[in-house]
Design a protein around this ligand. Sequence first.
Ligand code: UD1
Length: 375
Amino acid sequence: MPADYVIVGAGLFGSVFARQAAEAGRSVLLVDRRPHIAGNCFSERVEGIDVHRYGPHIFHTDNQRVWDYVLRFTRMNAYRHRGVVRHGDRMFSFPINLLSLHQLWGVTTPAEAVKKLAEARVPIEKPANLEEWALSQVGHELYELFVHGYTTKQWGRDPRMLPASILRRIPIRLTWDDRYFNDRFQGIPEDGYTRLFENLLDHPSIEIETGVDFFAHRQELKAAGAKLVYSGKIDEFFGYRFGELEYRSLRFETEHVTGDHQGAAIVNAAEASVPYTRTVEHKHFAMQTCEASVITREFPQKYTRGGEAFYPVRDVKNSGLYDQYARLARETRPDVVFGGRLGSYCYYDMHQVIAEALTTADRELGLPQTIRRAA
Ligand code: UD1
């Protein structure tokens, strides 16, 4: 039986869309080229510890609808992320807050911090890139300590070539509040991300096929479904006809250790000379105190076709290229729904992808307002 929807990609966008379609009475065939569901959120139990296989995923949102939606499929624990940055043998709290400024400059009150920062700031009226924005906010010393090396490694380019929006996501607080995210709702799924996806996709109208490459089976899949929802790379969908969009990729090195390796879920390595950006100690996401431990070091690397595309590089050139593909999609393939981090070429957080999937599904499925609010 052909499905009403063929959905490409079992990450957050595809899975949330699949659930919404199924609950609206539609049948769904969900395919993913990887051997598992959950996209980059995929996690696995190793020695009783939930290991985030594609980098750390910390859920946070201010969106009540998104939070309520997620709670239908999992319980969330009380994890609140607090960043730690290592620079040589010095450790700092991050994002920049009173504790970081106390560790660096010895300030003890907000007024002292305001005074020191006012002296440090570089007056730049209209910051044109990430570096200028950082200098205008915190000055050279903090920029060199926290931002320059880390950002250069993560993105593989000079911070003067990057948009300030990448850094502006992170708060600067002149209080002792050292949480990474401001959002009202935060946590990690109690039974892991993969279980969350299993629950999300547990519906009789959803059929799942993993290990299936859409491009190798394009014709059959076209025949199998009335409408296509595509959350893969938009440039690949169109055969790279305008050229390739740039992404940043990652390589992970995972090690089994014992005891408590670093006392925190994530320690960032700020220096440019250290080849990895951060070390994740997974058990801290679940506040586990077991003797076993699994750590993962994250090495940013160049993305090449066929590799794993992690971060869209949304600079001026790539944004222009994406606009060309988006126009092509609108004009020639109005029958296809594009979405998600790769389909929309956006540096999305998880909650933003869920919100995008819910509103896209509302529109696509023609759900009346009352159902939309209850969903
Ligand atoms: C969060 C996640 C990240 C995920 C991203 C998109 C955490 C801690 N980070 O990133 O894994 O891929 O959402 O979903 O959960 N920076 C520094 N020094 C640092 C840390 C960050 O300069 O020590 C700068 C870098 O330019 C970086 C930017 O801040 O690109 C953003 O930092 P990141 O940790 O990626 O934060 P989020 O964007 O919130």
